[in-house]
Design a protein around this ligand. Structure first.
Ligand code: PGA
Length: 248
């Protein structure tokens, strides 16, 4: 199965910096066999269209980091899924822990957004993950199962990203056995809920993925790729992680 390597720029990146990023990406992709890999970059909203244009000659797909659940209307400051699709997004990250925390997004709000993204013909990347306190209290799997149950509609088709909150931006990563166990738990949930399609939905790992730890993380069973924050801001680091993905 193809490995999915997705970059989440968060609130980083500038219009002025796009040409340099795209040039670095193009240069780094020369001679790299990425045939088994799907590369995705999710910049802030205003950079979606320009980044899509800047990397249009490469195999890199563009995504967004959020959207509104409504199709259109009186929702000041929000952006619809249809508009994101129109300007070139093919994926949308939803329910990232920073949105769940900073904006109080509940799992049911995430589920409404997932529906909007699917209706617009894009692929949702739904994030789940426990806090450090929840892991220490041995509640990590219960929390993640509840987030999945609440965030995914019955007709869900998309990607899951397991991101332990305490691993995001911290340089800390869980042990390989903990990642394997959580990914197995998520796979079990998806199979029970979605039958056959649940067996093949990609489950990414996210949280302090770097070129140095990528090969080990991406080799863990049921890890179908990575969601990368900080390290996706430099094309050479992003591609070094992609190159570490298991091929075939
Ligand atoms: P990080 O972020 O790679 O900087 O830890 C990951 C994420 O939040 O998606």
């Amino acid at each position: 199965m193809r490995q999915i390597i997705a970059g989440n720029w968060k609130m980083n990146g500038t219009l002025a910096g796009l040409a340099g990023y795209a040039a670095g990406l193009r240069h780094g992709m020369e001679g790299l066999d990425l045939s088994g890999t799907e590369l995705i970059l999710c910049p802030p909203f205003p950079l979606i269209r320009p980044l899509a244009e800047a990397v249009g000659d490469t195999a890199v797909a563009i995504g967004a980091q959020d959207c509104d659940a409504h199709r259109k209307g009186a929702h000041t400051g929000d952006v619809s899924a249809d508009l994101l699709a129109e300007i070139g997004a093919r994926y949308v990250i939803l329910g990232h822990s920073e949105r769940r925390t900073d904006h109080g997004e509940s799992s049911s709000a995430v589920r409404d957004k997932v529906r909007a993204v699917m209706a617009a013909g894009m692929v949702p990347i739904v994030c789940v993950g426990e806090t450090e306190a929840e892991r220490e209290a041995h509640e990590a799997e219960t929390v993640v199962r509840a987030q999945l149950a609440g965030s995914l509609p019955d007709d869900f088709a998309g990607i899951i990203a397991y991101e332990p909150v305490w691993a995001i931006g911290s340089g800390k990563i869980p042990g390989e056995e903990d990642v394997a166990q959580m990914h197995a738990t998520i796979r079990g949930f998806l199979k029970r809920r979605f039958s056959a399609s649940g067996g093949t939905m990609p489950i990414l790992y996210g949280g302090s993925v770097k070129p140095e730890n990528a090969a080990a993380l991406l080799a863990i069973p049921e890890v179908g790729g990575a969601l990368i924050g900080g390290a996706s801001l430099r094309p050479e680091d992003f591609l070094a992680i992609a190159a570490a993905a298991k091929q075939g």
